[in-house]
Design a protein around this ligand. Structure first.
Ligand code: FES
Length: 229
């Protein structure tokens, strides 16, 4: 009897087709989605935590990169910042004003690459002092192509009676005692350097402070009470 009943139940239950299996799977999925939509805020929290963690990592990365860049820039500036520059490029002692008689020959300073001249305002020679009075520091580098320009007593220049000039040995550019160009291919007059004189008459030439030469060279001369008249 029992066997008969089992056989009857099995026959009564129809075998599930593949289509029914898909329907049942889709229905089950819908149920899951509907349940998730109703997830309370407390269960959504892990997502927020994940976002803030990512933000933290990103912030840390950019901060680290910024600090590394700042450090590199600091090292670069520290390495190239000039300290205690001696010789050309920094302050160079030029002796005392007593060493420079008015209208005397330019004195060459090889360490600082300059000449110091004491311009005589009474110099009436054409292309002479140009009316300038006091000490002038001239960079010895020729503005044409950079040769060192020597002072040439006795040199002559056509059209000028004066016989003392700065004259470049490379291409002949010629300059007055105030560094004014009177002849040659140089594009301008000799460049000048800043001069400082303390109360005792001691001269410091700032060889890192150079001004392009020009017709106003004589007016750049610096006077001092102790300067020989
Ligand atoms: S370098 Fe002095 S004239 Fe050319």
């Amino acid at each position: 009897m029992a066997n008969e009943t089992q056989t009857t139940d099995a026959e009564a239950r129809p075998e599930a087709s593949p289509t029914d299996a898909w329907r049942s799977a889709i229905a089950s999925r819908k149920t899951q989605v509907a349940t998730t939509e109703g997830v309370p805020a407390a269960q959504a929290q892990p997502l927020e935590q994940d976002v803030s963690r990512r933000r933290f990592i990103r912030l840390s990365f950019w901060s680290g990169l910024g600090v590394a860049l700042l450090g590199s820039v600091g090292l670069f500036v520290d390495y190239f910042y000039p300290r205690n520059v001696r010789g050309f490029g920094g302050p160079v002692a030029g002796g005392n004003v007593a060493l420079y008689p008015r209208g005397g020959e330019p004195v060459h300073n090889r360490e600082g690459q300059f000449y110091i001249v004491n311009l005589d305002p009474g110099d009436s020679a054409a292309a002479g002092s140009g009316g300038g009075e006091g000490l002038l520091a001239l960079w010895h580098k020729c503005p044409h192509l950079g040769c060192t320009v020597p002072w040439r007593p006795g040199a002559t220049v056509e059209g000028f009676a004066a016989t003392d000039w700065f004259q470049c040995p490379c291409h002949g550019s010629t300059y007055s005692i105030a560094g004014i160009r009177v002849f040659g291919p140089a594009p301008r007059s000799m460049d000048t350097m800043e001069i400082e004189i303390d109360d005792a008459g001691n001269i410091t030439v700032q060889t890192g402070s150079i001004t392009s030469g020009g017709p106003d060279n004589p007016q750049r001369a610096v006077t001092h009470p102790l300067l020989p008249a």
